[in-house]
Design a protein around this ligand. Structure first.
Ligand code: SDX
Length: 392
C-alpha cells in the first residue's frame, strides 16, 4: 500500500493474509520488524523494546518503555493454582509438552473475564502472555530437574530474569553474566517474529474462530515443536552429537544426499540465499564462546566445518540450502548452560510476542472472517454403499 513493496501476481495468489508487522525478502535475505532491519534491532535494541515495537508498531519513548516494563513485571507471577498443573506431568515430560499444557491452562484463569472485542482486554492478554511464558518455561525446566519452583525478580532485564528463574536456587543466587544475558536477549530478538511461518499461521487460524488468545498461543507452541520448525535447534545439537567429529562429515553428507536424513539447521521455505538471522547468530556464537573461553568448542568447530563443506557442495548450492537461524542458536544456548530440551521452549518464549502481535492485528480487524483453507480433492468419485457380503 505504501508503494514500497511490489508483489508479483503469483505471490499474491499464495498470500494468506495482509499484515504490517514483519517483512521478509527471501531472495535478498532481508527481515524487518515494523520496517526496522533485524541487524539494527539486534545491535541497538533489546528484546522487551522489540516486543513493544512488534505489538504497537513504533519504538517506545523512554516513558512508554518504562510503563510497558511496569505492565509486564506486574503480570510475570503465576497464579499459585497454576503450579499444580506442573505436578500432573511425569518428571521426564518434554518441557514443550508442559508448555503446551500450562499455557493452554491459562485459558481457565482468564477466559470467562476476557472479551476479545475489547482492545484493553486484548492488550492485557498480550502482556500476560509475554510476562508469564518465560516463567512457565523456567518452571518446566525446574520441575524436570526436581528443583523447587522459583519466582521472577523484578529489577532484572527480561532475559536476566529468565536466567534467574531458570538457575537460581534458595541456597545460591544465580549471578547473571551480562554477556551471556545479552546473547540470550539477542536470540529472543532474532526469534521474535517471522511473518506467516507455520506456528504463526496456526495461531491466526485458531484465533480466526474467536478462540481465546491463551488457547491460540498453546496451539502455536504445539506447531513450533516439530523438528522441521522450532524443534530444529534441538535437532541440530543431536545431529552434531551423532556426527561426533569432522572425520565423519563426508559419510554424513552422503547420507544427506541419499536423503536418509536432513542437514538440520539448513534450508528455509523463504530464504533462498541466506537467513539474516543466521549471520547474527554466528557472530553471537563467536562472542559467547570467546567470553567463556570455549573458542575451540568441538561442537562449534564441527558446525563451522559442516557449514564450510555444505556451502561449497553443489548439492546444497543447487538446492539453495544455507544455514538458518537454528544452526548456531543451539550452540550458543548450550554454551550458556541451557539443556537441549529447553531450546525449543526458548524459541516459543521468544515467538510468543510475534504470535500475539499477529493475533491482535487479526482480531482488531472488524472485517475478520474465520479461516477456511480449501483442498484439491484426490479421493474416490461418487459411489453407492456396498453391503458387507458384496465387498471384496
Ligand atoms: C524455522 O517459516 C519460517 O519462517 C520458519 C522459521 C521461523 O522463524 O518461524 O524460520 C524457523 O522453522 C527454520 C527452519 C528450521 N528447520 C530446519 O532447520 C530443519 C531442516 N530444514 C528442512 O527440513 C527444510 O529445509 C525446511 C523444512 C526448512 C524447508 O523445507 P522445504 O520447503 O522442503 O525446502 P525446499 O523446498 O527448499 O527443498 C529443496 C530441496 C529438496 O530436495 P529435492 O526434492 O529438490 O531433491 O532441498 C532439500 C529438499 O528435500 N532440502 C534439504 C534440506 N532442506 C531442504 N536437504 C537436506 N537437508 C535439509 N535441511
Amino acid at each position: 500500500k505504501t508503494g514500497m513493496f511490489t508483489f508479483d501476481p503469483g505471490f499474491l495468489a499464495t498470500a494468506a493474509c495482509e499484515s504490517s508487522i514483519t517483512f521478509i525478502d527471501g531472495d535478498l535475505g532481508q527481515l524487518y520488524y515494523r520496517g526496522y532491519p533485524i541487524e539494527q534491532l539486534a545491535e541497538h535494541s533489546d528484546f522487551l523494546e522489540s516486543c513493544y515495537l512488534l505489538l504497537n508498531g513504533e519504538l517506545p519513548t523512554a516513558e512508554q518503555f518504562a510503563e510497558f516494563n511496569r505492565k509486564i513485571m506486574r503480570h510475570n507471577m503465576l497464579n499459585d493454582q497454576i503450579m499444580s498443573f506442573f505436578k500432573g506431568f511425569r518428571r521426564d515430560a518434554h518441557p514443550m509438552a508442559v508448555m503446551v499444557g500450562v499455557v493452554g491452562a491459562l485459558s481457565a484463569f482468564y477466559h470467562d473475564s476476557l472479551d476479545i472485542n475489547d482492545a484493553h482486554h486484548r492488550e492485557v492478554s498480550a502482556h500476560r502472555l509475554i510476562a508469564k511464558v518465560p516463567n512457565i518455561a523456567a518452571q518446566a525446566y525446574r520441575y524436570n530437574k526436581g528443583l523447587p519452583f522459583s519466582y521472577p525478580k523484578n529489577g532484572l532485564t527480561y532475559s536476566e530474569n529468565f536466567l534467574h528463574m531458570m538457575f537460581s536456587t534458595p541456597c545460591e543466587e544465580y549471578k547473571v553474566n551480562k554477556v551471556l544475558a545479552k546473547a540470550l536477549d539477542r536470540i529472543f530478538i532474532l526469534h521474535a517474529d517471522h511473518e506467516q511461518n507455520a506456528s504463526t499461521s496456526t495461531v491466526r487460524l485458531a484465533g480466526s474462530s474467536g478462540a481465546n488468545p491463551f488457547a491460540c498461543i498453546a496451539a502455536g507452541i504445539a506447531c513450533l515443536w516439530g523438528p522441521s520448525h522450532g524443534g530444529a535447534n534441538e535437532a541440530v545439537l543431536k545431529m552434531l552429537d551423532e556426527i561426533g567429529s569432522v572425520e565423519n562429515v563426508p559419510a554424513f553428507m552422503e547420507g544427506v544426499k541419499a536423503k536418509t536424513h536432513k542437514l538440520m539447521g539448513f534450508g528455509h521455505r523463504v530464504y533462498k540465499n541466506f537467513d539474516p538471522r543466521a549471520k547474527i547468530m554466528k557472530e553471537t556464537c563467536d562472542e559467547v564462546l570467546n567470553e567463556l573461553g570455549l573458542r575451540d568448542d568441538p561442537k562449534f568447530q564441527l558446525a563451522m566445518k559442516l557449514e564450510e563443506i555444505a556451502l561449497s557442495d553443489p548439492y546444497f548450492i543447487e538446492r539453495k540450502l544455507y544455514p538458518n537461524v537454528d544452526f548456531y542458536s543451539g550452540i550458543v544456548l548450550s554454551a550458556i548452560g541451557i539443556p537441549v530440551s529447553m531450546f525449543t521452549p526458548i524459541f516459543a518464549l521468544a515467538r510468543t510476542v510475534g504470535w500475539i502481535s499477529h493475533w491482535t492485528e487479526m482480531i482488531s480487524d472488524p472485517g475478520m472472517k474465520i479461516g477456511r483453507p480449501r483442498q484439491l480433492y484426490t479421493g474416490s468419485v461418487r459411489r453407492d454403499y456396498a453391503q458387507v457380503a458384496d465387498r471384496k
